[in-house]
Design a protein around this ligand. Structure first.
Ligand SMILES: [Zn+2]
Length: 374
C-alpha cells in the first residue's frame, strides 16, 4: 500500500503549490479517504488484507478522526466569519488600504508605500480594535478612515501630533506639506522628530515616522508651501488640516479650500492659548475670511519664535484637530463647524463661541450653500 503515502504527499505538495489552507487540504484528504473506502467495500475485505496487508477497520477509524478534525476546523472558521460580520467588515483584508493612484502627487516628493502588502486583515483588526469596539466608529467608521485622504499642512507643533494620531487611527492616505527643515529648537514641542532628524526636511522625516507607526497607510510628503492656487491638490483630498503659523499662508489655504469645496480644520496657538474650528462654508459654517478678514496689525500676533509657546500646548490643540478629523470622517458626534473652541492652558479653561458666515465675505460669499451636514 505504498500508493497511499504517495497520494497524501502529492496532495500536500499540491496544497503548498496552490497556497491552500489547512481546511482545504483536509477536505481533499477526506475525499481520497471516501474513494478508497468505496473501493475497499467493493472488493472482498479478506482479499485486500491478503494482497496489501491493509485492514479496512483501521481505514474507517482513521477516517472518523479526520472527519472530527474537519468538523472542528469548519466550526472555528464559521465563528471567525461571524465575528467579522458582527463588526461590519465584509472581508478582513478590506481593512488594508484600497490601492489608489498617487497621480498629481508624484510631482512632489511623493513616496507611496505599497501599503498593507503581506499584512492580512487580522493585523488591521488587531491594530484598530479600540476604534472598532467604539459604537460611534465601529467597522464601518474604520473603513471610512481607511478610505479617507487627508492633507496636513505644516508638520510643526500642531501638525506633528495631528499626523501621528491620524496615522495611528488608520487614515488611508495622508499628504504632509511643509517647506522647512527640522531644527533643534523645534524638538521642545514637535514630538514626531528625534534629535538625529535636525537638518532634514520636515515632510520627509515626519513621513518616515508615520510609515514606521502604521505600515497599512499611504504617506506622501511635499516639501513646499500650499498656496491659493493649490485647489487641484486640495480637491484630491477629503479634508484639510491647517497647522501653519503665518496669517498669509492660512488665508491662502482657506481660499483654496473654499474654491475646492473641501472642509478645513484649522488650529492655532500662541504662548499659552490655542483655538480651533472647522471652516466649512459649503455646509453653512463660516470660512476663515468670514471671521478674520484682515491680517492682524504687525506685532499683534507674533509668531511662536518671538512670543514663545508652552511645549504641550500644540500637542493639545493638534490632538484636538486629529480628533475632529476622525469624528468628521467616521461621522461620529458633532464637529466644530460654526463653533470656535478656545483653550487657555495657563488657567486650564476652555470656552466655545459661536461663529457665523459673513454674507459679504470676500472669499466665500456667493458660494451656493449645500444641505447642512448633521
Ligand atoms: Zn467666508
Amino acid at each position: 500500500m505504498a500508493l497511499l503515502p504517495i497520494a497524501i504527499l502529492s496532495i500536500l505538495g499540491l496544497a503548498w503549490w496552490m497556497g491552500w489552507g489547512v481546511l482545504r487540504v483536509l477536505v481533499v484528504i477526506f475525499i481520497v479517504w471516501i474513494v478508497v473506502l468505496v473501493l475497499m467495500l467493493a472488493a472482498p475485505a479478506a482479499e485486500i488484507r491478503a494482497t496489501t496487508g491493509f485492514d479496512a477497520r483501521v481505514w474507517v477509524i482513521g477516517g472518523l478522526v479526520l472527519g472530527v478534525t474537519l468538523a472542528y476546523g469548519a466550526l472555528v472558521e464559521r465563528a471567525r466569519a461571524a465575528v467579522k460580520r458582527r463588526w461590519g467588515i465584509e472581508d478582513a483584508p478590506g481593512l488594508a488600504p484600497a490601492g489608489r493612484g498617487a497621480a498629481g502627487l508624484a510631482a512632489g516628493q511623493g513616496q507611496g508605500l505599497a501599503a498593507g502588502q503581506g499584512l492580512g486583515g487580522d493585523d488591521a483588526l488587531d491594530r484598530y480594535a479600540r476604534h472598532i469596539v467604539l459604537r460611534e466608529i465601529g467597522g464601518p467608521g474604520q473603513a471610512k478612515l481607511r478610505d479617507a485622504r487627508v492633507l496636513l499642512i505644516g508638520a510643526g507643533g500642531l501638525g506633528a501630533p495631528a499626523a501621528l494620531y491620524l496615522a495611528g487611527a488608520g487614515v488611508g492616505r495622508i499628504t504632509l506639506a511643509d517647506p522647512d527643515t527640522v531644527s533643534i529648537s523645534n524638538l521642545q514641542r514637535q514630538i514626531i522628530y528625534r534629535t538625529g532628524d535636525a537638518g532634514r526636511p520636515k515632510g520627509l522625516a515626519a513621513a518616515e515616522a508615520l510609515r514606521a507607526l502604521n505600515p497599512l497607510i499611504e504617506v506622501h510628503a511635499l516639501r513646499r508651501r500650499v498656496n491659493a492656487a493649490d485647489t487641484a491638490l486640495i480637491a484630491e483630498h477629503d479634508l484639510v488640516l491647517d497647522g501653519s503659523d503665518q496669517f498669509a499662508d492660512r488665508a491662502a489655504i482657506n481660499a483654496a479650500c473654499v474654491a475646492a469645496g473641501v472642509p478645513l480644520i484649522a488650529g492655532s496657538i500662541a504662548q499659552w492659548e490655542g483655538q480651533l474650528t472647522t471652516y466649512d462654508p459649503a455646509h453653512g459654517a463660516p470660512c476663515m475670511a468670514c471671521i478674520f478678514p484682515k491680517a492682524p496689525a504687525a506685532g499683534l500676533a507674533p509668531a511662536c519664535a518671538e512670543a514663545g509657546v508652552a511645549g504641550p500646548l500644540p500637542g493639545i490643540i493638534g490632538s484636538m484637530m486629529a480628533l475632529e478629523a476622525v469624528k468628521r470622517i467616521a461621522g461620529a458626534g458633532k464637529g466644530l463647524a460654526g463653533q470656535m473652541l478656545i483653550f487657555d492652558g495657563l488657567y486650564g479653561e476652555t470656552r466655545r463661541i459661536a461663529i457665523h458666515r459673513n454674507p459679504d465675505c470676500p472669499v466665500c460669499s456667493g458660494l451656493e450653500q449645500r444641505a447642512p451636514e448633521a
